[in-house]
Design a protein around this ligand. Structure first.
Ligand SMILES: *[C@@H]1O[C@H](CO)[C@@H](O)[C@H](O)[C@H]1NC(C)=O
Ligand SMILES: *[C@@H]1O[C@H](CO)[C@@H](O)[C@H](O)[C@H]1NC(C)=O
Ligand SMILES: *[C@@H]1O[C@H](CO)[C@@H](O)[C@H](O)[C@H]1NC(C)=O
Ligand SMILES: *[C@@H]1O[C@H](CO)[C@@H](O)[C@H](O)[C@H]1NC(C)=O
Length: 220
């Protein structure tokens, strides 16, 4: 009775409660993307991948290296490999000696923010994506999303690796350095990707999918 009264006179509270029940993992779109991806893999009889926060933090730095240039993704440009050891790992407090080969990469950007399940579909639009998603060499995954300058474009990145969960992409001190803007998976970090919806949206959308050569040089 008291509850009904409260809800009746607090429509705002009611809305925020119902919104919370939709996002189970944590309030973090990158965690949700990993959940969607893993449920798709397991439905396909592939293993569920461990969510590695160090790898996910690196995925966020990887996106940031594009400096908001969505077209660069459409043109399949990518940050130099040496940046993993020189910039991405240090930015995440990840011990560079624990960097492990990347076995696949999914990358996309578009002008408007979409829910993680839609972002997954966007990343899957590339013809190579399914092949990468179901690759048996992956053992772990890390996902990230960020907007740019408080608005679009929104970049999504999934990196896969064949590392052992405990001994690859290990953050010094056990926790990857949280940096904003942007959200990454695996760190139990509450993070909202939908905060930054201020810009008008355009039509463009780009997604790429790529195997990354095993034996990836990290410039160590
Ligand atoms: C997995 O994702 C692909 C690409 O979006 C989709 O075609 C397929 O139906 C999904 N499988 C399941 C079981 O959801
Ligand atoms: C898995 O890794 C092995 C060894 O690096 C490689 O030869 C093989 O092509 C990879 N398989 C896939 C599906 O990428
Ligand atoms: C991970 O490492 C911890 C501590 O180093 C250990 O207790 C745990 O068994 C390891 N887990 C796996 C899956 O290797
Ligand atoms: C959204 O923008 C605000 C202010 O610019 C920033 O603090 C926040 O981290 C951004 N969120 C994401 C998910 O990028």
């Amino acid at each position: 009775m008291a509850m009904a009264f409260w809800l009746l006179f607090s429509p705002f509270l009611f809305l925020s409660v119902s919104a919370n029940t939709q996002t189970k993992v944590t309030d973090n779109p990158a965690d949700e993307l990993v959940a969607v991806l893993n449920s798709n893999r397991t439905a396909h009889k592939s293993s569920s991948l461990a969510d590695n926060q160090g790898l996910a933090c690196i995925a966020l730095q990887y996106i940031k290296a594009f400096q908001g240039d969505c077209k660069a993704i459409g043109e399949s440009k990518k940050p130099s490999d040496s940046l993993f050891a020189e910039l991405f790992a240090p930015s995440c407090d990840v011990d560079t000696s624990t960097l492990t080969p990347i076995t696949g990469r999914l990358l996309g950007c578009q002008s408007k923010y979409v829910e993680p399940s839609e972002a997954f579909s966007m990343l899957m639009e590339n013809e190579k994506s399914l092949e990468i998603l179901y690759n048996k060499n992956h053992t772990e995954v890390g996902a990230a999303v960020t907007g740019t300058d408080g608005g679009g474009p929104y970049f999504w990145c999934v990196l896969f690796s064949s590392g052992k969960h405990n001994s690859s992409f290990v953050p010094q001190g056990g926790v990857a350095k949280i940096s904003r803007p942007g959200c990454f998976s695996g760190a139990n970090d509450q993070c909202s990707g939908a905060d930054n919806l201020s810009r008008p949206s355009h039509m463009w959308l780009y997604a790429v999918a790529a195997f990354v050569a095993a034996g990836y040089a990290f410039g160590l």
